[in-house]
Design a protein around this ligand. Structure first.
Ligand SMILES: C[C@](O)(C(=O)O)[C@H](CC(=O)O)C(=O)O
Ligand SMILES: [Mg+2]
Length: 562
């Protein structure tokens, strides 16, 4: 896509008609952009003119991140067509990205890794996304600058070849410009924060970001307890905000919608009818006068211990007989006197045929149907069990994630169900569920180190897991924290050996291994760009420099024979 030529002219825009004409012309170009096949699965809830009016008058420029986003989309689309996989893992630093580029076609920037190793406040911690909101964008900037540098360095080195033979001797070039997909967490606040965060990611070089449906205030890593989701529409608003920001910045940013609903136990509001099926209520009317929050507040004020409080909570929940509404209905049917088991099942089946996890039916309609079938109302109250933070109890699961992923699909390029276990059958169910409505939607999968892979599957299954998932349409898969773990393992082993064997450990276990495995950092002066920087120095001085760093006497000469 070439950049649009239309630019608003501030000098003439004091004329109403001229301003309108310019906005309309800009809108036509934006529409042309949106009509490209890349956007066939994307829904926008605003017009091109709305975007044109929010772009300012600066002549359009293409952000490097948008160039990378186009590349990312092409790579993923091809994998999706071929049922192959762009697999990657969380990179920590320039060393990682330079080595990953030899074998992998995308890079992941993990919020967790940034939280524990690179917070812009320098305060480490687990992933609650409570680090300053520029933390992950800063890491993207760090890595993207390194990618650009290694790419420049490589081209300068290759440009020095004086013949095809010399070029061949350098080996195949490495594509250092591997698109970066970064963790946008839950947006770090309301929609204006989502907008600013997206803008930062685009300015810093991210090709894609992911955005999850947890509340930003209670956000937890997707493999921890206590997760609270926001209503379906609220997350759609987040996704739309990301796309709107990218549209304003004329960026093709790739957007991954993640749902944490599979294992969520809380939801912030009951406003969206699509969530009603999954909201837990009290079915014992005797609890009307002692809501859960009041009971707990009283117990805390009376000085109960943590153990006693846990007991009080358990007791309250048991007495309240917490259930989902359709479970309460089935129990009520099963209590009906004078009806055969078969008849009861028929009534339950009739109810389930109209009200299920994917029907998006409101609680009001479910209650109405229950009354029609039973002849009386069922007691069901989802306010009583609200937790002290005001949140409602929610019972997610795979079907809930499918419902959410379908709702998010038109607003994202890929959808991802965060799961608690690497369960192939669950991945099949999710894929089928999403693709029944959105056959072309690409899927993402988190191959998390939070899972115990040895316990989860056989070694043979470990070997084929990614490919089998790729066959289901999971075109982008990533070991979120492999950067952290591989670094820890390497450093731990080396420290132990070094303490024991001194320089033998370095010479044999590191330097020799680097030589044998062709790891370019062996010559770290060259890897860091000393030759490239010398070439700039020489160029600046007319071709020769007495202070060139890689001149006679440099220690890297000792590796020349290699
Ligand atoms: C993907 C993730 O958001 C991350 O920040 O890397 C984490 C990491 C993990 O536990 O694998 C998450 O899944 O929440
Ligand atoms: Mg994260």
């Amino acid at each position: 896509m070439t950049m649009p030529v239309t630019t608003l002219d501030t000098t003439t825009s004091s004329n109403f008609q001229v301003l309108q004409n310019e906005l309309n012309a800009a809108a036509v170009e934006i529409e042309k952009w949106w009509s490209q096949p890349r956007w066939k699965g994307t829904k926008r809830i605003y017009t091109a003119k709305d975007i044109a009016a929010r772009r300012g008058t600066f002549p359009p420029v293409e952000y490097p991140s948008s160039v990378m986003a186009k590349k990312l989309y092409r790579v993923l689309e091809q994998h999706h067509k071929d049922r192959t996989v762009a697999k990657t893992f969380g990179a920590l630093d320039p060393v990682h990205i330079s080595q990953m580029a030899k074998y992998l076609d995308t890079i992941y920037v993990s919020g967790w890794q940034c939280s524990s190793t690179a917070s812009s406040s320098n305060e480490p911690g687990p992933d609650l996304a409570d680090y300053p909101m520029d933390t992950v964008p800063n890491k993207v900037d760090h890595l993207f600058k390194a990618q650009l540098f290694h790419d420049r360095k490589q081209l300068e080195a290759r440009a020095k070849a004086r013949s095809q033979e010399e070029l061949d001797a350098m080996g195949a070039p490495i594509d250092y410009l591997t698109p970066i997909v970064a963790d946008g967490d839950a947006g770090h606040g309301g929609l204006t924060a989502v907008f600013k965060l997206t803008k930062m990611f685009i300015e810093r070089g991210a090709a894609g970001i992911h955005m999850e449906d947890q509340t930003s205030t209670n956000k937890k890593c997707g493999h921890m307890a206590g997760r609270c989701v926001i209503p379906v529409q609220e997350h759609i608003n987040r996704l739309s905000t990301v796309r709107m920001c990218a549209d304003i910045m004329h960026s093709d940013l790739v957007l991954v919608a993640r749902t944490d609903s599979e294992a969520a136990t809380l939801i912030s509001s009951t406003i969206d009818t699509r969530d009603h099926y999954f909201i837990v209520g009290a079915t014992n009317s005797a609890m009307e006068d002692e809501s859960f929050a009041e009971t707990m507040d009283k117990a805390i004020l009376s000085g109960k211990s943590a153990e006693e409080l846990a007991h009080i909570e358990k007791d309250w929940c048991e007495r309240a007989d917490l259930k989902l509404f359709h479970e309460a209905f089935a129990d009520e049917v099963n209590r009906l006197p004078k009806i055969s088991e078969k008849e009861k099942q028929k009534i339950i089946d009739l109810f389930s045929s109209k009200i299920g996890p994917l029907t998006e039916t409101s609680h009001r309609d479910a209650k109405k149907l229950a009354k029609e079938l039973l002849g009386h109302d069922i007691y069901f109250n989802w306010d009583l069990p609200r937790v002290r933070e005001g949140l409602y109890r929610y019972q997610g699961g795979t079907q809930c994630s499918i419902m959410r992923a379908r709702a998010f699909a038109p607003f994202a390029d890929l959808v991802w169900m965060e799961s608690n276990y690497p369960d192939y059958q669950q991945a099949v169910d999710f894929s089928k569920g999403v693709k029944a409505e959105y056959p072309d939607k690409m899927l993402a999968y988190n191959l998390s180190p939070s899972f115990n892979w040895t316990k989860a599957m056989s070694i043979d299954d470990q070997e084929t897991f990614i490919d089998r998932l790729g066959n289901l349409g999971y075109s982008w898969q990533f070991i979120t924290l492999a950067g952290l773990h591989t670094t820890a393992l390497a450093i731990s082993n080396f420290s132990r050996d070094f303490a024991q064997d001194g320089m033998k450990a370095y010479a044999q276990n590191v330097q020799k291994q680097e030589m044998e495995n062709d790891v370019d950092i062996l010559k770290h002066q060259k890897w860091s760009g000393a030759e490239y920087i010398d070439s700039l120095l020489k160029l600046a001085q007319g071709g020769i420099s007495a202070t060139a760093a890689m001149g006679k006497g440099v220690t890297e000469d000792q590796f020349r024979a290699h």
